[in-house]
Design a protein. Structure first.
Length: 382
């Protein structure tokens, strides 16, 4: 690394000489503009609007325009500003780190001791460690007076340039003023989704996909020339979302199911796992056996071992089907037996009723005949 600035930290009456290095760097691939007809490089010329001449950079000054009046400021005049000539990083106060809003952070710099003895550097670092605070500083760098935060990173003092308060815009969006009701269930499910995605932040896990694909494109172009098939280079484009608007609760449920490994999509991709977790039952076992059988048939073309697995799955499927048929047959037989029993009972009751009615009818008929015979005999005697 190359030092971009030299100065000293003013820690009360203690002076800490330091060198300043940029703590970050841009990894983006550098591209330039060319003429698409012949590949010629495009150059920008600094041309004067008054005389139409091309002006060298050394002959260019800065200016400020206000109400049609232009004030030219020379390099010497700009360097004469007292703050620009200062090479001091002045500590103005020590504050808790949580009081610094991350939106104010602009750029980070490493500070290296720039003296024969780094004792003053170590003393300031130890003071920040012991008090668990951040030093707020003011300094001038590259034609600008800056506010900064001095803290420790990996045992090295780090200077982070901060934006001034009036450089941070206020956020005012009318849509946020509307009254929105969020149910307790929605809050609970959103909290559960957060917990399912909770993890420790490890920056190394993330990569700049665009720059990696841009490098892939450049290497392919270098190898194959201009006749390049982008689909062959990057693969088929993934199907994007269709912009479907779904219910908030449904979206939360789907997200939780996806993170927990549930839902239709997860069941399709983890049939073997679900077969171990789900309770056994005739219908479910039959469905899983059929699915395994279908899968085994597809894999049978590539592996004899998988063919045996397919046969086992088919046997399980047949066994489950037979068990199901047998259970259904027994149920039907029992139902028929019960119905027949009930029918027989009803028939017997009907027969008995008819028999009883017939008996009563016969008795009544005999009584009536006897009465008629007695009456006839009495008339003859008379």
């Amino acid at each position: 690394m190359r030092a971009i600035w030299k100065g000293a930290i003013a820690f009360g009456l203690v002076n800490v000489p330091v060198k300043v290095y940029s703590a970050t760097e841009d990894h983006d691939i550098s591209l330039h503009q060319v003429h698409n007809a012949d590949g010629g490089r495009i150059r920008y010329q600094r041309r004067c609007e008054v005389c139409s001449e091309i002006v060298d950079y050394s002959d260019i000054e800065k200016a400020y325009e206000d109400d049609g009046r232009t004030v030219i400021l020379t390099k010497e005049e700009l360097k004469s500003i007292p703050a620009e000539n200062s090479h001091e990083i002045e500590v103005v106060q020590f504050v808790p780190s949580e009081q610094l809003d991350p939106i104010m952070f602009e750029k980070s710099y490493y500070l290296e001791p720039d003296s024969k003895s780094p004792k003053a550097y170590m003393l300031l670092r130890r003071a920040l460690e012991d008090t668990e605070r951040v030093a707020v500083v003011q300094f001038a760098l590259r034609d600008k007076t800056r506010l900064g935060a001095l803290r420790i990173r990996d045992d090295v003092l780090m200077l982070q340039a901060l934006l001034w308060a009036d450089e941070v815009r206020d956020a005012s969006f009318p849509a946020l003023d509307t009254s929105i009701r969020i149910s307790a269930q929605e809050r609970e499910m959103s909290a559960a989704l957060v917990e399912s995605m909770a993890s420790d932040f490890e920056p190394a896990q993330f990569t700049d996909d665009y720059q990696a694909q841009l490098r892939q494109l450049i290497e392919a172009k270098l190898e194959k020339g201009d006749a390049l098939d982008t689909e062959e280079t990057f693969g088929a484009e993934a199907e994007g979302g269709k912009g479907e608007v779904i219910d908030l609760m449904e979206a939360l449920k789907r997200s939780l199911d996806k993170k927990r490994g549930g839902g239709p999509a997860a069941q399709e991709t983890s049939e073997d796992e679900s077969s171990e977790d789900e309770p056994s039952g005739p219908a479910k076992r039959s469905g899983r056996s059929s699915s395994r059988s279908s899968t085994a048939k597809k894999e049978a073309e590539d592996s004899d071992a998988e063919t045996a697995k397919s046969g086992t799955a088919r046997t399980r499927s047949k066994t489950a089907g037979a068990a199901k048929t047998s259970a259904a047959s027994k149920t039907s037989t029992a139902a028929k037996t019960s119905a027949a029993s009930k029918t027989g009972t009803a028939s017997a009751a009907s027969t008995a009723s008819k028999t009883g009615a017939g008996s009563k009818t016969g008795a009544a008929s005999k009584t009536s005949t006897a009465a008629k015979s007695t009456a006839k005999t009495a008339r003859k005697g008379a």
